[in-house]
Structures are given as structure tokens and as C-alpha cells.
Design a protein around this ligand. Structure first.
Ligand SMILES: Nc1ncnc2c1ncn2[C@@H]1O[C@H](COP(=O)(O)OP(=O)(O)OP(=O)(O)O)[C@@H](O)[C@H]1O
Ligand SMILES: [Mg+2]
Length: 347
């Protein structure tokens, strides 16, 4: 549904150049909720704004629903944009207009006749659960309700794609949950493809089918959320299971074991301990529900340095678990990094 290829955007201000997006490739499939996660300044908003050409990229391609936006003429681009809704952190409502008036605004711009407009506004307010607040002014409703107005307004042109720039960042956790629930519901009921950016792991966990992690203008990893979490060295997994950097003593092996679904139900720790007659120390861990699948990470400590635990590590891998060993040779990256040795197990 959205194809981004080799996208690059450089800002030039007062003789200084900032490469906000630095060669990004990304594919968002039709009907999925895709999350872009990254810290402040990573280039998330710039990337999103390039998808509807609010920002013109310096290089690369953006295709939405099969159309190359950079090749469209003014009128064509305006029409294409109506099929791409956008919502923002600070809602951007018109304070002098009622809830219904705000939702009607884009329809007026599109030249929808009055009678049809009224029916469409009613339909949109129903969709986001605001029918009873149609005549309220933005100052009279809560943040969550304001974002519902923002969503209704974004859906006015019956878009196939919704872009969301930190839509829940200004909301409390409970309201955030209800807005995410609404987005998920719209995604399913309308087949709406959603590309959202966020710096909150929780947003990715709750509603994203796929995700990308951005750092300094680049995508460092992307794919289905489940796959990313089970990929050795995954930043997304590190964000979801925030275990502190372990203290490595040299005479033990610290291992992060990531498991899902079935393998989560097998007692791999006690099996390991019994098979090799060793004491296994549990240092920490967490389990999350990702799209109905349980995915968890457990940090364990085995007696002896990594080289004497080769059989034990192979045993865990053979059980279908993702295994990451802390501090093995070759791990020069230091803090927060684990050796990714799926292809080349320690011998
Ligand atoms: N209009 C602009 N002019 C100059 N530099 C800009 C402009 N917009 C963004 N930048 C710079 O581009 C980089 C990426 O900014 P961007 O807003 O895309 O990041 P972000 O990931 O959305 O951050 P945040 O989470 O804080 O919203 C930053 O270094 C920022 O300072
Ligand atoms: Mg931003």
C-alpha cells in the first residue's frame, strides 16, 4: 500500500545541513498497522510528512496505493492527498467551530454538497463515538475526545491510508488505550492501512502488525513485530523487555532466551538444569501478549564461561528458542549489545 524507496530528506538552514531521512526503504502492506519507533530527532515526522508530500524528499520514491506521488500534477496530488488521512499529537482543531463543524471542514474544502455533508458528518461522528458531542466546542471536550474529532476529520475523504504522528503522546495511559483501540477497530472495519510513528513501545505492542526502528534518519530494523522480537540483537525486543546491562563476572554465562507461544509453555529452564546437572540462575524477564501470542524473554545465568556452555546453548536453540549470549568474544559494541551468533554459534 505504501512503498518508500531510498528516501532522503536534507534540511538546509543557515548554512547548516541536517539529513533528517537518510536512505529509507519501507513497505507497508495493505490493511496493516505499521509502527515506526524511534527517539526524538530520529526523523520519524519527516519520514511521515514525505508520505503525503507535506515535505518533498530530496531523493527517492514514495508510492501510495500504486501511485508515485512525486509524478502527480497539482490537482492529482490534491486528490491523492484526500485519500491519505493524517492525525497529530496536538489535534489541530478549529476552536471557533463545533465538533461537527470541524469534521465538516474538509468536506467543505472538497466541495461536498450541504445535505450530503451533514449525513457524512453524522456517519463519521458515529464511527468515532462522538454523536452526543456534535455541538460541543473543542474547549468543552477532553483530549481523548479531541483526538476522536481529529480521527473523524482525517477519515472524511474516505482515505485508504491513515498517517498518525504521535497521536496519543498528549494523552494519559487510559485514554491512549481507548484511542489505540479505536484505531485498531477502524483498521479492521474499514480495512484502513495505518502508518503511525511513536516513541512509545506500548503503542507498538498494542496495535502494530509490523514495525520499523529508526535511528539518525535510518531504519535499523523492520518487519512483522513478532519476527522482530524473536530476531537476535533486535532493538525492538530490547525496548519491549528492558533488562539492565548484566554484570559479567567471567566465570558464568549470561544468556537472554526469547520464547513464544508453544515454547513458552515448555519448562526449558528445568529441562536444561536436569539434562546437564547444573544450577540455572534466573536473573530477570518478562512476558508480553503480542497480537494474541505470548512472547517472553528470560535472562538466565549458567555456571562456567560461554565456551564451556556450547552444548547447553545448542540445546536451547534446538528447542526453538532465540538465544543471545552476553559478552562473548567479538562483542566490541559494548553497552546494550549482545553478540548475535545465530549463524555462528560459539564453539
Ligand atoms: N523544518 C526543519 N528545518 C530544519 N531541520 C529540521 C526541520 N524539521 C526537522 N528537522 C531536523 O531533522 C531531524 C529529524 O526531525 P524529525 O522531526 O523528523 O524527528 P522525529 O523523529 O519526528 O522527532 P520527535 O520524536 O522529537 O518528533 C532533527 O534533527 C530535526 O532537528
Ligand atoms: Mg516528530
Amino acid at each position: 500500500m505504501i512503498q518508500i524507496e531510498k528516501l532522503r530528506k536534507v534540511y538546509r538552514a543557515r548554512g547548516r545541513e541536517v539529513t533528517a531521512v537518510d536512505g529509507v526503504d519501507l513497505t507497508v502492506r495493505e490493511g496493516e498497522v505499521f509502527g515506526v519507533l524511534g527517539r526524538s530527532g530520529a526523523g520519524k515526522s519527516t519520514l511521515l510528512r514525505c508520505v503525503n508530500l507535506l515535505e518533498r524528499p530530496d531523493e527517492g520514491r514514495v508510492r501510495v496505493d500504486g501511485r508515485d506521488l512525486l509524478e502527480l500534477s497539482g490537482g492529482e496530488l490534491r486528490r491523492a492527498r484526500q485519500r491519505i488521512g493524517m492525525i497529530h499529537q496536538h489535534f489541530g482543531l478549529l476552536s471557533s467551530r463545533t465538533v461537527a463543524g470541524n469534521v465538516a471542514f474538509p468536506l467543505e474544502v472538497m466541495g461536498v454538497p450541504r445535505a450530503e455533508r451533514a449525513a457524512r458528518v453524522a456517519e463519521l461522528l458515529e464511527l468515532v463515538g462522538l454523536t452526543e458531542h456534535a455541538d460541543a466546542y473543542p474547549a468543552q471536550i477532553s483530549g481523548g475526545q479531541k483526538q476522536r474529532v481529529g480521527i473523524a476529520r482525517a477519515l472524511a475523504g474516505r482515505p485508504k491510508v491513515l498517517l498518525s504522528d504521535e497521536a496519543t503522546s498528549a494523552l494519559d495511559p487510559e485514554t491512549t488505550a481507548s484511542i489505540l483501540e479505536l484505531l485498531r477497530d477502524l483498521n479492521r472495519r474499514l480495512g484502513l492501512t495505518i502508518l503511525l510513528i511513536t516513541h512509545e513501545m506500548d503503542v507498538v505492542k498494542r496495535i502494530c502488525d509490523s514495525a520499523a526502528v529508526m535511528r539518525q534518519g535510518r531504519v535499523v530494523e523492520s518487519g512483522p513485530v513478532r519476527e522482530l522480537l524473536l530476531r537476535p540483537g533486535s532493538e525492538l525486543a530490547r525496548g519491549l523487555f528492558p533488562l539492565p546491562e548484566p554484570v559479567l563476572r567471567g566465570d558464568t554465562t549470561v544468556v537472554d532466551v526469547t520464547f513464544e507461544g508453544e515454547s513458552a509453555d515448555r519448562p526449558f529452564v528445568s529441562t536444561l538444569a536436569r539434562t546437564y546437572s547444573i544450577d540455572v540462575n534466573i536473573l530477570g524477564g518478562a512476558v508480553e501478549d503480542i497480537g494474541g501470542t505470548r512472547i517472553g524473554r528470560l535472562r538466565i545465568e549458567l555456571p562456567g564461561p560461554p565456551d564451556v556452555n556450547a552444548a547447553q546453548l545448542a540445546h536451547l536453540r534446538e528447542a526453538g528458542l532465540t538465544v543471545e549470549v552476553h559478552g562473548v568474544a567479538g562483542d566490541a559494541a559494548g553497552a546494550g549489545d549482545t553478540a548475535t551468533e545465530e549463524e555462528a554459534p560459539v564453539s
